[in-house]
Write a protein that binds this ligand. Structure first.
Ligand code: BDR
Ligand code: CA
Length: 313
C-alpha cells in the first residue's frame, strides 16, 4: 500500500487532536512531522498540546516544532471559549515526555520536504500563518509539495463572524498567500464540517473502546460538544472540523466535492477573512481548489471508532 506522507500543521484544539489520532492510526498515512501554530490557544499551549497528544498516542518519535507567535498582521485571537483554558480541556492528558525539535515550524517543514524521497502533503488545521511563512521563505520547496489540504473557510457561512470561519479569521493575509501559491489545494469548509457531526450517544460509545486513547477522546469530545449545544447552531452533535482533512486523505470516496477558484477577502468592512468561492465560475480565474461539500457521516464516525480501536493492546 502506498502511504500518503504528510506534515500536520495544527493548533490543538480538540478536533486537531482527533485529526492527529486519525493520521497516526491509519496504515494509509505516514505522519512525518507535526508543527504548531497559534490559534485555538497561545503558541506555548498548542505546542504543549501537540506533544501531550503524541505522548498519549505513544508516537514521541514524530518530530514536533512550534511556529508563529502571532498572525502575520493582526493580533492573535484565541478560542478558549470553544477549547477551554488549556486548549484541550476535558481529559487528563500525560505531560510530554520528549522534547520539541530545536528549530522553528517552517524550518522543520523545509527539512522534512528536503530530506524526503516521497512527495509531501501539508495538512493545515489551524490558521495558515506557518504555511504562508514557509512559502515565502522557501518558495522552491513549496512548489515540491504535492498538495495542501486545509480546514478553513466556508461558502456562505461563518462561525466567528457571520461570514467568516475561525482559522481564516485569525490570519486572512496568510490564507491569501497560501490560496494564491499555485499549489493544488483541498479545502474542508464549514459546509462539509458542519455535516461531520458526532452525537452525544456516539461520543458515549467511544468510551466502550477500552484503551487510554479512546477514554481520553471520550472526555475531550464531551467537553467540545458543550459549546455546540447552544440552540443558535441548530446542531444535533458537535462538528468535527479538522478530522475531515485526514479522512479525505484516507478515503476520498467518503466525500463529494466541487472544483473552483477560492480566494479570501482581506479588506472588507464586514467580511475580512471571508473565503470567496467561485462556484458558478463568474471570475474566469483558474480553479485552484477542490472544495469538499458533502460527507458520508456514518462512514466518518465508523472511521473514528475503528481508528481508536487500533490503540487496543
Ligand atoms: C476551526 O477552528 C478551530 O477552533 C478548530 O480547531 C477548527 O480548526 C473550525 O472553525
Ligand atoms: Ca484547528
Amino acid at each position: 500500500m502506498t502511504k500518503t506522507k504528510i506534515i500536520l500543521d495544527c493548533d490543538p484544539g480538540h478536533d486537531d487532536a482527533l485529526a492527529m489520532m486519525l493520521a497516526v492510526a491509519s496504515p494509509k498515512i505516514e505522519l512525518a512531522a507535526v508543527t504548531t501554530s497559534a490559534g485555538n490557544q497561545t503558541p506555548e499551549k498548542t505546542l504543549n498540546n501537540a506533544m501531550r497528544m503524541l505522548t498519549l498516542l505513544n508516537r514521541q518519535d514524530i518530530p514536533v516544532a512550534g511556529g508563529n507567535r502571532t498572525p502575520l498582521v493582526k493580533p492573535l485571537e484565541t478560542a478558549g471559549n470553544v477549547h477551554g483554558k488549556s486548549g484541550l480541556d476535558g481529559a487528563e492528558l500525560p505531560d510530554p515526555d520528549f522534547k520539541p525539535q530545536d528549530m522553528t515550524a517552517i524550518e522543520l517543514i523545509a527539512k522534512t520536504i528536503s530530506e524526503s524521497k516521497e512527495p509531501i502533503t501539508l495538512v493545515v488545521t489551524g490558521p495558515m500563518t506557518n504555511a504562508a511563512l514557509f512559502l515565502r521563505v522557501y518558495p522552491e520547496l513549496g512548489q515540491k509539495l504535492e498538495r495542501i489540504v486545509y480546514m478553513g473557510g466556508a461558502m456562505g457561512l461563518g462561525n466567528w463572524t457571520p461570514s467568516v470561519e475561525f482559522n481564516i479569521y485569525v490570519d486572512p493575509e496568510a490564507a491569501k498567500i497560501v490560496m494564491n501559491a499555485g499549489i493544488p489545494l483541498t479545502m474542508a469548509p464549514l459546509n462539509v464540517t458542519h455535516k461531520a457531526q458526532i452525537t452525544k450517544e456516539e461520543i458515549a460509545e467511544l468510551d466502550q473502546i477500552d484503551n487510554p486513547v479512546a477514554h481520553a477522546f471520550y472526555g475531550l469530545l464531551n467537553f467540545f460538544e458543550l459549546y455546540h449545544e447552544a440552540p443558535k447552531w441548530g446542531f444535533f452533535g458537535a462538528p468535527l472540523h479538522d478530522p475531515c482533512t485526514i479522512a479525505w486523505l484516507i478515503d476520498p470516496d467518503m466525500f463529494e466535492s466541487e472544483y473552483m477558484n477560492v480566494d479570501v477577502e482581506t479588506k472588507g468592512e464586514l467580511t475580512t477573512g471571508e473565503t470567496v468561492c467561485d462556484y458558478y465560475e463568474l471570475t474566469g480565474k483558474p480553479k485552484n481548489t477542490d472544495v469538499l461539500l458533502n460527507i458520508d457521516r456514518d462512514k466518518f464516525i465508523q472511521l473514528i471508532k475503528d481508528s481508536l480501536a487500533t490503540f487496543n493492546k
